[in-house]
Design a protein around this ligand. Structure first.
Ligand code: DAH
Length: 367
């Protein structure tokens, strides 16, 4: 760049040429940014010359000023143009590099599957929601009070023993909580639900449950679904119709044979267990055929003491309840032989026994 900035048309043209030459030689935005101060910065020849205009007499100023301003605009335009061009070039280069080869074979990704436990819980929820049941929840870590006492378990009931139930260390900060444990069943949700809202109640509570038990047919963590209905004039006929309807819909067998056997649970009176008809043979089991029976759920009329514990007057209201093992439902409906496999997180097992998110079984169709 010429250091002689004397204001003459030649010098102005020289600055112009020099600027255009410099612009033509940069090949990236970074390089352009480097020379930008030399072209239009405060100390650039162009600006220095503009400042010098003030020292000229009016005639000279008029003659040279017009030319200088024109050159200034041309340099600015050339700079913008070059900048735009370089940006465009950089973008194009980037696009070229990122170009995708659509002819490449796809990666062998596995399609995810829905776990049978999740699937069965969804199916059960769906069936009961059509009967007007609402979801309810309770904590996995529960007070012994809700898990046993409020459900009318006597103090010396065997289920309360340490070798059956996972107790947690007692909290020193909140001694009023009493003993705390991993809930052994979903039945404590009955008490929470009754204390939360007044009858009529129709609640369904699926969730995890825990017992000190582990072999081919027992897992220390498993799943249950609890049902509770409380209203005026509720009787055993309502209970039977409800659970029969559920089983027929769930297994998709409209003439499914069932029977009720008297049983005992501290929180229901009378209590029953329901069996469904099945056929056993060749190590296989078929639901809805043959003359054998298979236990499927526990149920009964809510004990008056339990209604009282839930803050409900047993002289005004009655209720029924039922509890079903989710794993058992899944094993029976989908022919899954081993309980332990549910929790082993073996992707091959899940590919085989899992469900496509896009296909729903017939029990979930309609409505
Ligand atoms: N809580 C019982 C269990 O874990 C199952 C059960 C039986 C639940 C009868 C109920 C019921 O609500 O009425 O073995």
């Amino acid at each position: 760049m010429s250091e002689n900035h004397t204001l003459t048309v030649e010098n102005i043209n020289l600055v112009h040429q020099e600027a255009l030459h410099q612009l033509a030689s940069v090949t990236s935005i970074a390089e352009l940014d480097k020379i930008r101060p030399d072209l239009t910065g405060k100390k650039s020849p162009l600006i220095t010359m503009l400042k010098m205009l003030g020292t000229l007499n009016p005639d000279e100023r008029k003659a040279l000023g017009g030319h200088l301003n024109k050159v200034r605009e041309e340099i600015a335009t050339a700079l913008d143009k070059r900048e735009h061009m370089l940006q465009q070039q950089a973008l194009e280069q980037k696009l070229q590099q990122e170009k995708q080869d659509v002819s490449l074979p796809p990666r062998p990704d596995m399609v995810g599957k829905i776990h049978p436990i999740t699937q069965v819980i969804d199916e059960v929820r769906h069936i009961f929601s059509k009967m007007g049941f609402q979801l309810a929840e309770g904590p996995d870590i529960e007070r012994e009070y809700y898990n046993f006492t409020a459900l009318n378990f006597p103090d010396d009931h065997p289920a309360r023993q340490m070798h059956d139930t996972f107790y947690l260390p007692t909290s020193q900060d909140n001694p009023e909580l009493g003993a705390v444990l991993l809930r052994t069943h979903t039945s404590p949700v009955q008490i929470h639900a009754m204390r939360q809202s007044q009858p009529p109640l129709r609640i369904l509570a699926p969730g995890r449950t825990y017992r000190c038990d582990s072999d081919a047919t027992h897992s220390p963590m498993f799943h249950q679904v609890e049902g509770l209905v409380v209203d005026r004039n509720i009787h055993m006929g309502h209970l039977k119709a409800c659970v029969i309807d559920f089983c027929q819909t769930f297994f998709g067998i409209s003439n499914l044979k069932v029977r009720f056997r008297p049983s005992y649970f501290p929180f229901t009176e009378p209590s029953a267990e329901m069996d469904i008809g099945c056929l056993r043979g060749d190590g296989k089991l078929k639901i809805g055929e043959g003359n054998d029976w298979l236990e499927i759920l526990g149920c009964g009329m809510v004990h008056p003491n339990v209604l009282k514990m839930g803050g409900i007057d047993p002289d005004q209201y009655h209720g029924f309840a039922f509890g079903i093992g989710i794993e058992r439902l899944a094993m029976l409906k989908y022919g899954i032989p081993d309980l332990r496999a549910f929790y082993e997180s073996d992707a091959r097992w899940l590919q085989h026994y899992g469900f496509s998110p896009f296909e729903k079984p017939s029990s979930m169709m309609g409505i």
